[in-house]
Design a protein around this ligand. Structure first.
Ligand code: GLN
Length: 315
């Protein structure tokens, strides 16, 4: 087993869970009513190792939308379709140092990276552009389903409609990119945005999310089903950008303090990957000023203070 004393490990997870539960900092995202109404008490942690040991505690079966966590998965799928060369014609690989939805492009007039809104809208444009809208959705849904080993995956239509309704900034980003000729020829802007909102509105639970993270930890092979969902190259590139850009404008500090690839979303979820070891999904709606879940960030700090999971531990 990669974690020889799994019971002892779970005991630590339980302790850290309880410690973070008392943290009442932050506020749920309020840019759409569906997220603003989230229960701030929800808190879930689920772990899945690359050899299939699992542990879950808290509200692990309550669905929540992936939001920006989908960016990392979509980027991995795009890499599988176009390879890194094909994808990075259209999107950079540099942390932006800006808020995730800031209206800006890099010095090459590309979105800075696939982990912020502009880059994620671009990634959506790159995914199966020749298929119909319905088939594109089906493609991604099926791939996510495989990443999560067939466990819970849903679509929250109220969140989707709400996203679409309150999307001035995302429309602005898309038009700004179109003005700067960022998109591949033939990109349909409205269809691309719809697709992007749909992907943000896909629902997981902490349990199915842990399995997705574990697939990333395991080089793209789902540890429970053995399904080779992603190529090792796609996983390597995805983890690299999760490491440098996955936690919005806190990414540099997170890389310093936690040293693990992760991606957060405004619903309060974080997909955390301990490469070659385990995937962890954390979820609690209250967010800090960077847009990261307060309890999830605290959990990550506490985890690396107890275990040598930091990328550069033990060198
Ligand atoms: N749907 C959200 C948006 O487009 C996702 C942002 C996020 O999770 N940071 O603004």
């Amino acid at each position: 087993f990669v974690i020889p004393d799994f019971r002892g490990f779970c005991h630590h997870i339980e302790e850290i869970y309880a410690k973070c539960l008392t943290n009442t900092d932050g506020k749920a995202a309020h840019y759409i009513p569906q997220l603003a109404r989230a229960n701030p008490d929800h808190w879930a942690v689920s772990v899945c190792t690359v050899d299939g040991q699992r542990y879950s505690t808290g509200d692990v079966n309550v669905p929540f939308t992936l939001q920006s966590c989908s960016y990392a998965l979509n980027y991995a799928l795009a890499l599988g379709q176009l390879s890194d060369v094909g994808v990075h014609i259209y999107v950079g690989m540099e942390p932006s140092g800006r808020h995730y939805n800031e209206l800006c492009l890099d010095y090459n007039n590309k979105p800075h990276n696939p982990m912020i809104n502009a880059g994620a809208i671009m990634t959506a444009a790159l995914l199966k552009p020749d298929l119909s809208a319905a088939d594109r959705f089906d493609f991604v849904f099926n791939m996510y389903k495989r990443l999560g080993g067939g466990e819970y995956l849903g679509f929250n239509n109220a969140v989707f409609l709400s996203e679409k309704e309150c999307a001035d900034r995302n429309f602005a980003l898309a038009y700004f990119m179109r003005e700067n000729k960022c998109f591949p020829e033939g990109t349909r802007l409205h269809e691309t945005l719809d697709f992007y909102f749909q992907l943000c509105s896909l629902e997981i639970t902490a349990e199915s999310g842990a399995l997705m993270a574990a697939t990333l930890a395991n080089g793209g092979i789902n540890p429970l089903t053995g399904d080779p969902v992603l190529t090792v190259d796609a996983v390597r590139n995805t983890l690299t950008l999760m490491h440098s850009c996955g936690m919005y404008n806190y990414s540099g500090q997170f890389a310093f303090k936690v040293g693990l690839p992760s991606k957060s979303g405004v619903s309060g979820c974080v997909l955390l990957v301990v490469p070659n070891t385990m995937g962890i999904c954390l979820w609690s709606p209250p967010l800090d000023s960077n847009g990261n879940s307060c309890r999830a960030v605290q959990f990550c700090m506490e985890l690396v203070s107890r275990f040598n999971f930091h990328n550069f531990d033990n060198l």
